[in-house]
Design a protein around this ligand. Structure first.
Ligand SMILES: Cc1ncc(C[n+]2csc(CCOP(=O)(O)OP(=O)(O)O)c2C)c(N)n1
Length: 352
């Protein structure tokens, strides 16, 4: 395992810990949902952990992350505490969105995680706008925007990639291709099922990576994110992976795929793959078992925390939903205001 050899054993073990945390968290979330302790929808990332952890590992501390609704794994990899994530699933005050978002809308702005969005492709214009914001503030960071392969036929995909390319915005569009958008296989929904090739239409680099190969995910993500930071080069990264569970906890996931297909993919579990690599590189079974035990305790603690936490008071339901308006905001938008086009980013964007 490259990470293990090139960096330090501790890094490889930490990445393994994160992957195990995501799996344990999701397994527990499924039970809690089935016990009706979690409301709304609940989409699990089990099977996709190498993509979650590898892409987020490639982010710098000040980079920004935006995802779709299958967001628990990305949030945990970005460092959102398991307690805050579980409490959010439970709709509690101590949740990372103060109980207002739920499973699909995890949020942690301090860690540069701008959500968790429930509308398919709704996160793309937000990520593109964040990237524009970075440029206008002269900040040398990048945005990583996750979406499912089912989102690439939405208008927001075309509009966002087009603007990202025209304005040279520092954003990497990470398409997590887990084979199915709900129950529809990618080649039944997409005229070009090789999703990474779509980047060509916008004259930006597009790459496909084995999303279950942690090293490969880290390598491609680091390279594309550095090009975004250094040259404002937007890109598409398609990570091919598989979701072990149904579309959401409410879906058994068996109506549109066979048990054999699922078993075949589970046999190539990305977590076992990393574990084998760590053992081959010198880690001991006991050491890795201890990591699993620690994570199990962490997830049990997160559930206990969420159960004990209070629900947000109904009277404060709308707190944090709307920013306070200001007249100045509208003044700036008046026709002929000094906020004319020359103030926008076009000079900076096209001059390069
Ligand atoms: C605009 C919009 N249309 C439809 C839906 C219902 N919906 C929720 S998830 C989903 C499938 C998306 O699949 P994909 O983008 O591949 O992501 P995955 O679930 O595989 O992570 C659909 C159609 C929605 N949330 N938003």
């Amino acid at each position: 395992m490259q990470v293990l050899q090139e960096e330090r054993a501790a890094v490889g073990i930490d990445l393994y810990r994160q992957m195990v945390l995501i799996r344990e968290f999701e397994t527990e979330a499924e039970s809690q949902y089935k016990a009706a302790h979690i409301g709304g929808y609940c989409h699990l990332s089990s099977g996709q952990e190498a993509t979650n952890v590898g892409t987020v590992h490639a982010l710098e501390a000040d980079d920004l992350l935006v995802t779709g609704y299958r967001c628990h794994g990305f949030a945990l990899a970005r460092g959102v505490p398991a307690r805050a994530a579980m409490a959010e699933l439970f709709g509690r005050e101590g949740g990372c969105a103060n109980g207002r978002g739920g499973s699909m809308h995890l949020l942690d702005v301090e860690r540069g995680f701008y959500g968790g969005w429930g509308i398919v492709a709704g996160q793309l214009p937000i990520a593109t706008g964040l990237a524009l914001g970075l440029v206008r503030q002269d900040r040398p960071q990048a945005v990583l925007c996750e979406l499912g392969e089912g989102a690439v036929n939405m208008g927001a995909w075309h509009e966002s990639l087009n603007l990202a390319a025209v304005w040279r915005l520092p954003v990497v569009f990470l398409v997590v291709n887990n084979g199915y958008g709900m129950g529809t296989a990618v080649d039944r929904a997409s005229a070009e099922p090789d999703v990474f090739r779509r980047a060509e239409s916008y004259r930006m680099p597009g790459e496909r990576v084995d999303g279950d190969d942690l090293d490969a995910v880290i390598e491609a993500s680091e390279r594309l994110l550095s090009a975004a930071r250094q040259d404002r080069q937007p890109a598409v990264l398609e990570a091919v992976t598989y979701r072990f569970r149904g579309h959401s906890v409410a879906d058994a996931g068996l109506a549109y795929r066979t048990r054999e297909e699922i078993a075949e993919r589970e046999a190539r579990d990305p977590i076992s793959r990393v574990r084998e690599q760590l053992i081959a590189a010198g880690a001991s079974e006991e050491e890795l078992d201890a990591v699993v035990a620690e994570v199990e305790a962490e997830v049990a603690d997160a559930v206990a925390y969420a159960e004990a936490d209070a629900e947000p008071p109904v009277a404060e339901l709308a707190a944090g939903m709307h920013a306070a308006g200001s007249d100045a905001q509208f003044e700036r938008m008046r026709p002929g205001s000094p906020f004319g086009e020359r103030e926008l980013i076009f000079d900076a964007g096209l001059g390069r």
